[in-house]
Design a protein. Structure first.
Length: 160
């Protein structure tokens, strides 16, 4: 009786294992990537309302006004390939304000950096910004996640 009971239990457990393995089918994985990717894109890029559109227009005009400034510093990446995970925008604004400069970030979250990739340029300024401070304002990781890079799920889907 015990052997028969154990046989029934092992058969049930085997059937549950097969069910879980079916979740790993490529269609299920692609559906998960697509669903999670769309969620991150909605959270990261909300629709523009009138106030946000006005702010965007102000930022665009400010960007056009700094194009006449000369490049006083260029920061390059050196090392094994890494993905840009995040920027410390408050630190970058503080650094730029301290030296009366504009910091133009040349890479985006999700970009993979290799040797000699340009991270950022400093435009204008009374004195150079310490490179160590600029580097601390960028967080690099070995690989990307959906939250760090809304383009990542799209790239994963494109590979299939």
């Amino acid at each position: 009786m015990l052997v028969f009971g154990l046989l029934i239990v092992s058969t049930i457990l085997f059937a549950r294992l097969i069910q879980r393995l079916s979740r790993l089918r490529i269609t299920n994985v692609l559906q998960f990537i697509g669903k999670r990717g769309r969620q991150v894109v909605r959270e990261t890029f909300p629709l523009l309302d009138a106030v946000a559109a006005e702010r965007f227009a102000l930022l665009r005009s400010a960007a056009e006004n700094v194009q006449h400034l000369r490049v006083s510093q260029t920061l390059y990446y050196a090392g094994e390939p890494k993905a840009v995970a995040a920027f410390d925008l408050k630190a970058l604004v503080r650094l730029a304000t301290e030296v009366d400069a504009v910091i133009a970030v040349e890479c985006a979250v999700g970009d993979t950096l290799g040797d000699e990739s340009i991270l950022m340029r400093v435009l204008g300024g009374r004195k150079p910004v310490p490179e160590a401070n600029l580097r601390r304002a960028i967080r690099l990781e070995a690989e990307r996640t959906f939250e760090q890079d809304p383009k990542y799920p799209i790239r994963l889907l494109m590979m299939w």
